[in-house]
Design a protein around this ligand. Structure first.
Ligand SMILES: [Zn+2]
Length: 357
């Protein structure tokens, strides 16, 4: 039993020490000592804790490193003031996602076609120049990026969706934590255009900001990278001339970016002036579009995580129950989290996975 895992698993459920002690029927001082490694945990008590937390016993002996929000590996978009218990819950969930991924990658290697380069903004001139360089490096065709998640996954980045507890958080990225360049966890329930912009923004950070940088300047650079990556100036400028809300709604279908992003792009490229920009934004507010935009664009399809699961089940001979224990989840949570429905399993979609000898 790893005391740190006990704490992490408790926090992943959002429980305080007192709450878990009550649920498991263990005196709180004893639980506190267990978490600090000062009290031994007998099997009976471990089972009570596992039942109360609804995790299989295996999870309590994991010894993986645990990363915190303060570490260089862990940054999240726009740090917002959230309650401590919520932050701890998110931090625990993100760590568990990474630990599960590491277990699934023990016998399967991801065969990526491209790399995520490290490019210096000053050297290239601007975040837009960097975005153009990455587009060229990845041989992306001109025009809209059809599937941003798929593009990232071709470069080895792993994209998953998860419950990040607060609508204020769009995504959390972890880099330098595994054999892959980064893990990006998108918050569930975001509109597709917001997901795509978030992914492009995170890619900007990965490419341009090698160490922990949370300055406003870095945020602006990542936004400007994302804007050029998703809406290259040379290709979109003409279409933005004389932009109206109706026209922006049509362009949203084509470019798969938010109406607000298109209007901002028109201003940033000097196609419309500040007054026109402001009046369009006021019209958007009046229509309620700042809260929820019309026109839904299709969601991207990250496939690596689900393919890892499927390959284990279909080709590596794992039973559903065995694989659930590998990732330390009970069966119900396992199928819910990975959107698995028995007995019909998804076909492996990802062609760039390779079994390791
Ligand atoms: Zn950012």
């Amino acid at each position: 039993m790893n005391p740190q895992m006990l704490t992490l698993l408790r926090e992943s459920r959002g429980y305080s020490g007192a709450q878990l002690a009550k649920l498991a029927g263990i005196p709180q001082p004893t639980l506190s000592k267990m978490e600090n490694g000062l009290a031994a945990i007998d099997e009976a008590r471990l089972q009570k804790l596992a039942d109360a937390l609804d995790y299989p016993l295996e999870a309590f002996s994991w010894t993986d490193p645990i990363y915190g929000f303060g570490s260089a590996a862990f940054y999240h978009r726009k740090q917002q003031a959230l309650p401590q218990t919520t932050l701890r819950k998110i931090q625990a969930q993100v760590n568990l996602t990474r630990m599960r991924l590491d277990r699934l990658l023990r016998s399967i290697e991801i065969d990526s076609q491209y790399v995520v380069p490290s490019l210096d903004v000053e050297e290239h001139g601007s975040p837009a120049e960097v975005a153009r360089a990455v587009r060229a490096l990845w041989r992306l065709p001109m025009g809209p990026i059809r599937d941003m998640a798929a593009a990232l996954e071709l470069a080895g980045v792993i994209v998953v969706r998860g419950n990040l507890e607060s609508p204020k958080i769009a995504a959390i990225s972890l880099d330098n934590v595994g054999t892959y360049p980064a893990l990006i966890i998108l918050n569930k329930g975001l509109p597709a255009d917001r997901e795509r912009f978030t992914l492009a923004h995170e890619l900007g950070h990965l490419v341009m900001h090698s160490v922990l940088v949370t300055t406003d300047e870095a945020e602006r650079e990542a936004d400007s990278f994302a804007a050029e990556f998703l809406m290259p100036a040379a290709e979109i400028r003409t279409a933005l001339k004389g932009i109206t809300l109706a026209r922006a709604a049509q362009l949203k279908v084509v470019w798969r970016v938010a109406i607000s992003a298109l209007i901002r792009r028109a201003r940033d490229l000097g196609v419309i002036d500040e007054n026109r920009y402001k009046s369009l934004m006021v019209s958007m507010s009046q229509k309620g579009w700042r809260k929820a935009e019309p026109v839904d664009v299709p969601h991207d399809h990250p496939t690596v995580m689900s393919s890892l699961i499927t390959v284990h089940l279909t080709e590596h001979g794992y039973s559903f129950d065995e694989l659930a224990r590998v990732v330390a989840l009970n069966q119900d949570e396992f199928s819910a989290r990975f959107e698995l429905s028995l007995p019909r399993l998804p076909e492996p979609k990802n062609t760039h996975l390779r079994a390791m000898k």
